[in-house]
Design a protein around this ligand. Structure first.
Ligand code: GRF
Length: 220
């Protein structure tokens, strides 16, 4: 079966891009990266793409007159790369409804919280301030409203005493690096069906695992 062609959109360090690069390096993985695109010419993720021998391009948003002109250039680059699925991975530009509709159901994002809780920026600080005992990450299809859309995969991690933003972010990031390749694999295998605001996952099995936080062996 042909592998699903990904375009990974980044703005910064690109550790989620790296997790997808690593997953795609396995010949049995059902997706491949056609291109990595950054809106920021200084993004460290561009070096990761170069190191992996992956096509990379900068589409700098700054010379464009408006958001839509930038997105038309982005759209052209995605088309040229024969993109089947766009993966936002720390891409720090808001997308207009035009772009979101054009790539509807072929555009996913990763967010460092258990959506719909804590959408937006400064996620980890807000999780800590709220005293939540569990956080995590979400891979979802993108809709016009920020950090909303049918959820493909979530992974949960505990929030523990002594956590600061950096410690919690690192724990969530490690979960992100497993969740994004899993979500892409499920989509590439054709196991994800979008039903209204939800995803239905074909062949899903119950793992039986419960995450307690604070941890409680035996759950008592
Ligand atoms: C990740 O935490 C992701 O969830 C958020 O931006 C961060 C990107 O990190 N959308 P990286 O550039 O992939 O390392």
């Amino acid at each position: 079966m042909a592998r699903l062609r990904l375009a990974v959109l980044i703005s910064g360090r690109g550790t989620n891009l790296q997790s997808l690069i690593d997953a795609c390096a396995d010949a049995g993985y059902p997706a491949e990266i056609g291109i990595a695109i950054s809106n920021n010419p200084d993004a460290r993720g561009l070096e990761r793409a170069a190191r992996a021998g992956i096509a990379a391009r900068t589409v700098d948003h700054r010379p464009f007159a408006d958001r839509e002109a930038f997105e038309r250039a982005l759209d052209a680059a995605l088309g040229e790369a024969d993109t089947g699925l766009v993966c936002l991975a720390g891409f720090m530009r808001l997308l207009t409804p035009w772009f979101v509709e054009r790539w509807r159901d072929r555009l996913i994002n990763i967010h460092p919280s258990l959506l719909p809780a804590f959408p937006g920026l400064d996620t980890h600080a807000r999780v800590l301030a709220a005293g939540a005992r569990v956080s995590g990450c979400t891979v979802h299809f993108v809709r016009a409203e920020m950090d909303r859309g049918p959820i493909v995969v979530q992974a949960a991690v505990p929030v523990v005493e002594g956590d600061d933003e950096a410690r919690l972010a690192a724990r969530v990031l490690a979960a992100e690096h497993r969740a994004y390749p899993l979500a892409v694999r499920l989509i590439a295998e054709g196991r994800v069906r979008i039903a209204g605001d939800r995803c239905v996952i074909d062949g899903e099995e119950e793992s039986g695992a419960t995450l307690f936080s604070p941890s409680s062996p035996g759950g008592r």
